[in-house]
Structures are given as C-alpha cells and as structure tokens.
Design a protein around this ligand. Structure first.
Ligand code: DX5
Ligand code: ZN
Length: 216
C-alpha cells in the first residue's frame, strides 16, 4: 500500500485547523508541507510559523518540501518547527552532501527533490545518504497542474537504482497525482503519493484519501 501525503498547498488557509482534523481522521500517512520563497519557484506559499502550528495539530509525519534557495540557512528553524522529513531541491544546492548531513544532524530525515528536467542519474552519488527522493511530476510552484508522463520512466529507473544497491530510500511522487493515474505511478515503483488538488477539491476528501491508499 502506498503512503498518502496530502499537500496543504490546496488546503483552506482560512481554516487549517479543520483540514488538520479531517486529515487526522483520514488514512493519510503524512502531511506534505510546501514552502516556497518566490526565488527558486515563481510563487510564495507559507513558512515556519504556519508549520509550527500544524505540528501542534497532528501526530502524523510532517513532510516538509522546501522550494527555496540556500535551504541550509533555514534547516535548523524547520527542525525546531517540528519537521520530521526535510527535502531540499538538488537544483538549489551547491553543496548537497553538506546540506544532507546538516539535516540529519538536526534529527530529521533527509529528502532530495528533483525537478522534471533533472535526470535521476544525478542522484547516484547521494542516494546512499538520503531517506527520500521527492520526484517532481510537475514543475514546482503550483498545485493543480498536469502529471508529466515521462515521470513514469524516471520512477522505474530510480526504483532500479535503489533496489540494485539494496538501499532504503522512499520514492515520493509530487504533482498531478489523480485517482486515474495513481495505479500506474505505484506500479512503476513509487512508495509515497503527494496529492493536493485531488484530495482537497474532491467532494469527500477522506474517501478520496482512502481510495488513493487502496488503489493498488
Ligand atoms: C508543487 C508542490 C506540490 C503541490 C501538488 O510545487 O510541490 O506538493 O501541492 O499539488 P497537486 O497534487 O494539486 O498537483
Ligand atoms: Zn511538494
């Protein structure tokens, strides 16, 4: 069964408490929290104080996806805010290995996020040091975009790299996940499905989460 990580980017920002409660009572495994700086991506979302509050409203895993430049400047603050997993973009890190060590030394699991144009082969020398790859299946910055089909090949290739080297790294797919394409994503080898619009724009988010969870 895949892990399901609803993305708060599509939540109701005027009543996050209600969405936290809904997700707590659902089959959701992780809370996916998208942080944008208006520099690495052409949008600005929410930051540390919001995550601090969400942390207090759940015991589920807080999976923080940083779409920011110089993430090393904020890693400690996100650890204090209660992030369990911190993902940084390979395209935003000059010293990715150092950044990963920093995240782990702060007691968090370390993830690397990868844009659609970045080959998964670029992860080869870091894969043994990380817990998660957040494979972007849309260009980061916005919810509600369409899944890029080429991602399926990237999932298969990454799955092979992980299994061939007997590594314990989870593959998370982020962007454009729907009830229609979820099965092909799981079959390709993904472990975690992020879902923003599909969950929050549905008539019954709890049922949609359960449907995603039971899709395989
Ligand atoms: C995009 C974010 C995603 C986004 C996914 O930059 O990283 O997590 O919220 O939203 P949907 O599922 O609507 O594509
Ligand atoms: Zn994300």
């Amino acid at each position: 069964m895949p892990l399901i990580a609803p993305s708060f980017l599509s939540a109701n920002f005027l009543n996050l408490e209600a969405d936290c409660r809904m997700l707590n009572e659902s089959a959701a495994d992780w809370f996916h929290l998208d942080v944008m700086d208006g520099r690495f991506v052409p949008n600005i979302s929410f930051g540390i104080p919001v995550i601090e509050h969400i942390r207090k409203a759940t015991t589920k895993v807080c999976d923080v996806h940083l779409m920011i430049l110089e993430p090393e400047r904020y890693a400690e603050a996100f650890a204090k805010a209660g992030a369990d997993i911190l993902s940084v973009h390979i395209e935003a890190c000059t010293h990715l290995h150092r950044n990963i060590q920093q995240i782990k030394s702060l007691g968090m699991k370390a993830g690397v996020a990868v844009n659609p144009h970045t080959p998964v082969a670029a992860l080869y020398d870091i894969l043994g040091d990380i817990d998660l790859v957040c494979l972007m299946s849309v260009n980061p910055g916005f919810g509600g975009q369409t899944f890029i089909p080429r991602t399926l090949d990237k999932i298969r290739e990454l799955r092979r790299m992980i299994d061939d080297n007997k590594l314990n790294v989870q593959i998370e797919i982020d962007g454009g996940v729907t009830l229609q394409n979820a099965k092909s994503i799981i079959d390709a080898g993904a472990d975690v499905l992020v879902a923003g619009n599909t969950v929050f724009r549905s008539a019954d988010p709890v049922a949609t989460i359960a449907a995603l969870k039971n899709i395989a």
